[in-house]
Design a protein around this ligand. Structure first.
Ligand code: NAP
Length: 296
């Protein structure tokens, strides 16, 4: 059985139930602090969507809902499934030069014919407007120090804000990350290293995964496989950030089995954990981009 946001399920067999790290609560708190800045700076966020991937449609809806919550202007450019690369690149160029647009994202996954071109599409986005933080410039700067994490990728940025919101220290603690994607695993590793954590990153070829996950004070799982992590793979009192989102017959679940929550001291629910933080962090990036654009 996988971890749900149903809090009662986390009490089963556990003397001290795990604290629920609610991304909804932390995201609302962040959005509240951004509201006056949005009012003052009047940034505009644009989402480019190609095709009709249902999961993307749902994420985009959440993004616009949060824009509305903070009073941020937004625009949805929705292109047909058969859009050609040249047309999409034209739109990226226009958004780069449109001074009214603060930041924009090209929602992934793209339709199969375009998906292989994601690196060149991301490369074409002006780093000053790259609010998803996927481009080499913004990713590279993060390696320097916390001060250079100007536009971090939205999900790792959101995880850091979540840990801060719940006052979970990372300094000196052993963080084990399962998953090494360029958008989640690798950048969160760098951000936590910047904050003085000791970081281990695991992936497909990692041998004896459980030996490593059992050492984690904080375990971050970003794989996309339901029930990958089970209770016997973690130590008592671990803090768990479950990034995974897997559609199953039982609904949307993370990468952790319910038995993980029985040993954890704190855990993010799925849904309602990292998801809302990703959206709020994207909005924060748009505000930061506007601040920087006004300075220059
Ligand atoms: P990804 O690009 O597919 O990366 C998955 C990573 O997991 C890879 O590094 C892969 O290793 C590793 N992996 C696969 N099987 C493994 C195993 N058995 N043991 C250890 N490592 C394994 O995925 P992603 O984009 O990072 O996303 C991961 C999950 O998070 C997905 O479910 C996604 O939907 C979710 N997600 C959620 C949010 C949110 O806002 N909540 C945001 C982003 C992603 P290799 O590199 O060796 O192949």
């Amino acid at each position: 059985m996988a971890v749900h946001s149903n809090i009662s399920s986390l009490y089963h067999g556990n003397a001290m139930p795990a604290q629920i790290l609610s991304g909804r609560e932390a995201a609302d708190a962040l959005l509240l602090t951004l509201k006056p800045k949005v009012k003052k700076l009047d940034p505009k966020l644009v989402v480019v969507q190609v095709g009709n991937d249902p999961a993307s449609a749902s994420y985009i809806k959440q993004k616009f809902k949060s824009c509305e919550a903070v009073g941020m202007r937004s625009e949805h450019i929705h292109l047909p499934e058969d859009t050609e690369l040249a047309t999409l690149m034209d739109i990226v160029t226009k958004l780069n030069t449109d001074t009214d647009v603060t930041g924009f994202i090209v929602q992934v996954p793209l339709p199969p014919a375009l998906q292989a071109h994601v690196p060149e599409i991301v490369k074409a986005i002006d780093p000053k407007k790259d609010i998803d933080g996927f481009g080499a410039y913004n990713l590279g700067k993060m390696f320097l120090s916390v001060e250079f994490e100007h536009l971090p990728p939205a999900t790792p940025g959101g995880i850091v804000i979540l840990l801060e919101h719940y006052k979970i220290p990372v300094k000196g603690r052993h963080v084990v990350i399962v998953g090494r994607s360029n958008t989640v695993g690798k950048p969160i590793a760098v951000m936590l290293l910047n904050r003085d954590a000791t970081v281990t990153v695991c992936h497909h070829h990692t041998k004896n995964l459980a030996d490593l996950t059992r050492q984690a004070d904080i375990l971050i799982v970003a794989v996309g496989k339901a029930n990958l992590i089970t209770g016997d793979m973690v130590k008592e009192g671990v803090v768990v950030i479950d990034v995974g989102m897997n559609k199953t017959d039982a609904g949307l679940v993370g990468d952790c089995d319910a038995s993980v929550a029985e040993k954890a001291s704190a855990i993010t629910p799925v849904p309602g954990g990292v998801g809302p933080m990703t959206v709020a962090s994207l909005i924060r990036n748009c505000v930061r981009a506007k601040e920087r654009q006004l300075q220059k």
